[in-house]
Design a protein. Structure first.
Length: 123
């Protein structure tokens, strides 16, 4: 019976360690995709406009998209990591584009900025 309880304990530890490993890997891919999207926006002429276009309608031919996908793959390879499928990379790049677009781009089309005015009265 002691042997059975040892194997039970080992399998639960393995599940925790395996889960943490997968979580760490996903986090690494997310970070690589976010970095690649930011770099793509900076590298591509009209990057902000193309970021918005990628957010509005996903097209693999968009320069920001293709540069970010390739950049993510390059980052992961340079880290010495096994690169997941292109579908997985695209999924992470889509999420990174949504994150960055939400920060940098006015998504409702309103390009005006609000200003505060102070009225002063003459004495």
């Amino acid at each position: 019976m002691k042997l059975a309880s040892i194997f039970s304990g080992l399998s639960s530890i393995a599940a925790v360690v395996g889960g943490t490993g997968a979580s760490g890997r996903i986090s690494t891919i997310n970070t690589a995709a976010q970095t690649a999207v930011k770099a793509a926006v900076t590298e591509v002429d009209g990057g902000i406009d193309k970021l918005r276009a990628a957010y509005d309608k996903w097209e693999s031919g968009n320069e920001v998209v293709s540069t970010a996908v390739n950049g993510t793959i390059t980052i992961l390879r340079n880290l010495g990591l096994k690169v997941p499928t292109e579908d997985a990379i695209v999924l992470h790049v889509k999420a990174a584009i949504a994150d960055l677009a939400g920060i940098l781009v006015s998504l409702d089309g309103d390009t005006t900025t609000s200003s505060t005015t102070t009225e002063t009265s003459a004495s």
